[in-house]
Design a protein around this ligand. Structure first.
Ligand code: SF4
Length: 222
């Protein structure tokens, strides 16, 4: 049987970028974090801000990725994409990061099964609203797998998306399982309006803005 080291050397991932920044979303917002952005995504959300991660990237071994993460010297690591789970080796990466003692989160589209993700990982799972153009891709079976350690994120392009999100939250009792994050699509929905709707309707959610957009206007690698 192969040793752990040789296994890690054999596992390959396609990586768009690895960089340090502050976490821009989720309940970890503001925490200094290393981001590992995996290449590839089977979805095409209308408002996607990481289309540069759809193709290209570099092939790296798991050992190389772990060494690059360690070089940044931070406690928190976020594995993102693209859709990171579209690469099978993502699961090995997540477990290796947990084994190494990092506090690990995963940002995923909600279109792929999150059931095999290491339970030490905080899963931040999108629920795609109709305005994304990808509402048919939601894998609703994921919701039943979530725990208070995980989060659901719904990005809203307008009032119709907001009303849809309200119905989903109630119908699937999502807020009883985990934190629900609502955020506006930049330039499409006025953040103040969304904040007002959330308060008006007493929704059991957390309103959020993407901090990295406020700070760096979505510059790549920030
Ligand atoms: S799932 Fe994420 S990376 Fe893929 S198209 Fe949608 S927003 Fe972009």
């Amino acid at each position: 049987m192969a040793s752990g080291t040789s296994t890690a050397a054999a596992v390959k991932l396609r990586i768009t970028e690895i960089f340090a920044s502050v976490q821009g979303e989720s309940t970890r917002v503001g925490l200094p974090t290393v981001f590992v952005r995996l290449t590839g995504c089977p979805l095409r959300c209308t408002w996607c801000d990481t289309a540069y991660a759809f193709t290209g990237g570099e092939s790296r071994t798991l050992d190389e990725v772990m060494a690059e993460v360690a070089r940044h010297g931070l406690e928190h690591v976020c594995v993102s994409g693209g859709e990171p789970l579209s690469q099978k080796a993502c699961l090995a990466l997540l477990s290796a990061l947990c084994d190494a003692g990092y506090s690990v989160s995963l940002e995923t589209s909600g279109a792929l099964d999150v059931g095999a993700v290491d339970p030490r990982v905080s899963r931040v799972v999108d629920l795609k609203a109709p305005g994304s153009g990808e509402v048919e891709r939601n894998l609703y079976a994921n919701i039943a797998l979530l725990t208070p350690h995980d989060e659901i994120k719904i990005v809203l392009a307008g009032e119709a998306d907001y009303e849809w999100a309200k119905r989903q939250i109630a119908q699937h009792r999502i807020a009883e399982r985990c934190t629900v994050l609502l955020s506006p699509v930049a330039g499409a929905l006025d953040p103040a309006r969304l904040a007002e709707w959330v308060v008006r309707d007493r929704l059991p959610v957390r309103f959020q803005l993407q901090l990295h957009k406020v700070l760096w206007n979505d510059a790549r690698g920030r």
